[in-house]
Design a protein around this ligand. Structure first.
Ligand SMILES: [Ca+2]
Ligand SMILES: [Ca+2]
Ligand SMILES: [Ca+2]
Ligand SMILES: [Ca+2]
Length: 364
């Protein structure tokens, strides 16, 4: 007898122990999936009873993936002596389990805009925006319990050295390393890579799927990712020159032969030049007339004047009008000069401008 068996349909039924899915649609690690097949067939054209397969049960393994990215669209501009200046990054969990992230940094590896590292910043630290308000007002130093497909903002925070100069660049690379989750408030443990191990259906194994980011602290499939960002310094570049001229003396008056004899009027001339890319504000300087004389108390203060000079070149120390009486002398002979400005009442020495001034005194 010849039997004719034709398979009509195989139905597969999959049941998932929990329906936990995240925005990236990855099924959560540890999810138990049960699979059962149902076979329908006919014999001799007659439909037969369905037959069920045995059940197959396995746990979803852990995909470990993350992306670190800088958020700043250009260099973060800073000035010398700034404190708490920040580079902003995001760390995204692209895996299928809740994870912690250990955070470290490297310096001087590069930046998104092709510059070169010329200045180390001070007091460099990593802070996590744990209250998620996009403001640096936090203290956490690692990412705790980040869910799949969620982002966390991370700051690299620095102070800018006082000796930083215009166009200095400080480059910092943020490296995030995936750690075990599940212990809120505590940093998780290092994950074991099990990419090459044979699959155990009953065990949740770690499969590292992360890319190779920038810099030397991150490679392919190492549970880490990295990106870089940088500060750029803008500063005033100030030069401060001083010299003296003879205005008149008791013998030659203002004639060409006037000299520095007792009774002569001397002008100390000041030239303060800003060739940087930031205005210098709150400008003042002091001069001790006693200290600058070869003999103690050899000078009597007469007068002083300050003015701005918008064209580059040596200040005109013979200028007698159009400026401001910027000086005052104290009992010990120290003259303090304060730069004034007819427009703003602040005292900027603008970029590519000069502040000029003189202090006039008589030789005793
Ligand atoms: Ca915050
Ligand atoms: Ca934790
Ligand atoms: Ca497994
Ligand atoms: Ca990596």
């Amino acid at each position: 007898m010849k039997k004719i068996l034709s398979v009509v349909m195989i139905m597969i039924v999959v049941t998932v122990s929990t329906m936990a899915k995240d925005a990236n649609a990855y099924t959560r690690a540890s999810t138990e999936i049960t699979n059962k097949g149902t076979l329908s067939f006919s014999v001799g054209g007659q439909s037969q009873n369905d037959q069920n397969s045995s059940e197959d049960v396995f746990k979803v393994d852990r995909k470990v993936d993350l992306v670190v990215a800088h958020s700043d669209g250009s260099y973060v501009i800073v000035n010398p002596n700034n404190t708490n200046k920040i580079l902003t990054f995001t760390v995204r969990n692209d895996g299928n389990d809740v994870q912690d992230y250990n955070l470290t940094f490297l310096k001087g590896e590069g930046d998104p805009w092709g510059g070169s590292h010329t200045k180390d910043m001070d007091n460099v630290r990593i802070i996590v925006d744990e209250n998620n308000d996009s403001i640096f007002n936090d203290t956490a130093t690692f990412i705790d319990e980040l869910k799949p497909d969620e982002n966390m903002t991370v700051y690299i925070v620095v102070d800018v050295p006082g000796d930083a100069v215009s166009t200095d660049i400080g480059q910092y690379t943020l490296i995030a390393e995936t750690r075990t989750g599940g212990d809120t408030g505590n940093k998780g443990l290092v994950l074991t890579k099990q990419n090459d191990a044979a699959d155990d259906p009953a065990t949740v194994q770690n499969v590292f799927a992360d890319a190779d980011g920038v810099g030397t602290g991150d490679g392919s499939q190492d549970a880490k990712h990295a990106d870089w960002d940088a500060f750029k310094v803008e500063a005033a570049i100030i030069s401060f020159q001083k010299w003296s001229i003879v205005i008149k003396d008791p013998v030659n008056s203002t004639g060409a032969g006037r000299k520095r004899i007792p009774g002569a009027v001397i002008r100390y001339c000041f030239d303060i030049n800003n060739s940087g890319d930031k205005n210098a504000t709150d400008v003042s300087w002091t001069d001790d007339l006693n200290e600058t004389a070869t003999k103690h108390d050899a000078l009597d203060y007469n007068d002083s004047m300050t003015w701005h000079q918008s064209t580059q070149g040596t200040c005109d120390c013979t200028k007698n009008s159009g400026g401001y009486a910027g000086g005052s002398i104290d009992a010990s002979g120290v003259v303090t000069m304060v730069m004034e400005d007819e427009h703003t009442l602040t005292s900027p020495i603008e970029v590519n401008q000069q502040a000029c001034g003189w202090i006039e005194a008589t030789i005793k």
